[in-house]
Design a protein around this ligand. Structure first.
Ligand code: GDP
Ligand code: MG
Length: 167
């Protein structure tokens, strides 16, 4: 059995972009609209000795998007809880350009409560000059931090190696 890695976090932080990078294929759907990933999507990451299964989670159901702003939060939680159940390691993805939001904070409590190993992946660190500012908000959560740019590829091989160590 491969270790299972779950990508968790609020919509639009770049979970699906990261998933595609990790499994090196466009299996997850990325989109500018938050929440396009309706269901969990599974893929397998392989690099030299490093092999693990990855679960991408989406943000919300299409109905909830249209009719109910509160549906987004509920679905984020529901999917986080279900994926956490299956996961050996949680990758908690946040947006380093937005900084910390209330929903990030709430999701972080779910993840912490699971007791699973967690890496806080600060995404959208697109250039070295952005790194210090991007990370500043998130140190307070007390998780080990991995800065990455799913768009540019920054930090991804370090992330793969660290995930393999934790799994
Ligand atoms: P998800 O909802 O968490 O799965 O997020 P997506 O992967 O669908 O990405 C949401 C948006 O963020 C898309 O417009 C992506 O192109 C963009 N995005 C993802 N990763 C990065 C990144 O590293 N840097 C920047 N600047 N944008 C990114
Ligand atoms: Mg997605």
């Amino acid at each position: 059995m491969l270790p299972i890695i779950a990508l968790l976090g609020r919509p639009n932080v770049g979970k699906s972009s990261l998933f595609n990078r990790l499994v090196r294929q466009n299996k997850a759907i990325t989109h500018d609209l938050p929440g396009v990933t309706r269901d969990r999507i599974y893929g397998e990451a392989t690099e030299d000795e490093v092999r693990f299964a990855v679960i991408d989670t989406g943000g919300m159901l299409p109905d909830a998007a249209e009719h109910d702003g509160g549906g987004m939060d509920r679905s984020v939680f529901q999917q986080a809880v279900e994926a956490l159940d299956e996961a050996d390691v949680a990758l908690f993805v946040v947006d380093g350009r937005d900084g910390m939001t209330g929903l990030d904070q709430a999701v972080s409590e779910k993840i912490r409560a699971s007791g699973k190993p967690v890496l806080l992946v600060v995404n959208k660190v697109d250039g070295p000059e952005q790194e210090a500012k991007a990370l500043a908000d998130f140190h307070a959560l007390g998780f080990e931090i991995a800065p990455v740019s799913a768009a540019h590829g920054y930090g991804l091989s370090d992330l793969r190696l660290r995930v393999a160590e934790l799994a």
